[in-house]
Ligand binder design. Sequence first.
Ligand code: SF4
Length: 219
Amino acid sequence: MYLEEDLIPISALQHVLFCERQYALIHLEQAWEENRFTAEGRVLHERVDDEHHESRRLLKTEYGLAVRSLHHGLVGKADVVEFEKDPSGGYTEIKPVEFKRGRNKEDDFDRVQLCALALCLEEMFDMKVNRGEFYYLQEHRRTSVILDSELRDNTTSLIIRIREINNSGKTSSAQYNRRKCDRCSLIEICMPRVIESGGKNVSRYIKNQIRAAIAEGEG
Ligand code: SF4
């Protein structure tokens, strides 16, 4: 069992899966830059994070529910959790529902977050959580995700990897990957193309930055 001060924020799972250097920059070095993608996600979550609940016959819906697991060492907040009840008031199903901007994606970034929320809910309510759902804003519909053993193993492997990085205290070196880096909010801090070149491009990089600043001033 982990102590409160050792809990990992659930959002960190997406960071480490996206890029271990990004994880370390944010969580070890406290670097954070907002870009269009993170801003849209933040605004969306601010809209649904307001903690309250609604009850309708056999369905209770919690919004902005704080969750944690001392067994897995996780802490976070669920956009929505639906509790289906039987007439005696017991729960028949607990299901996290996360709101996402954009469309359903093939990668695991969102699914590991959903699974981590489920692991917390299982511990809090002593009940298996078999599935969760996403509501993708661009598609205006829900997508169901089965929380199978493969997804659970991937999620717990990421938790272990985060603890390894935390214990090492080291930020890994940058490796430029166009698909990731060009949409990364930390690209200006990370400077992957400069670091990857072993610093050989530093002077060219600085010259380009100065030229861009002068051009902006003239414009
Ligand atoms: S810019 Fe690229 S290498 Fe640097 S943190 Fe972002 S994704 Fe990782």
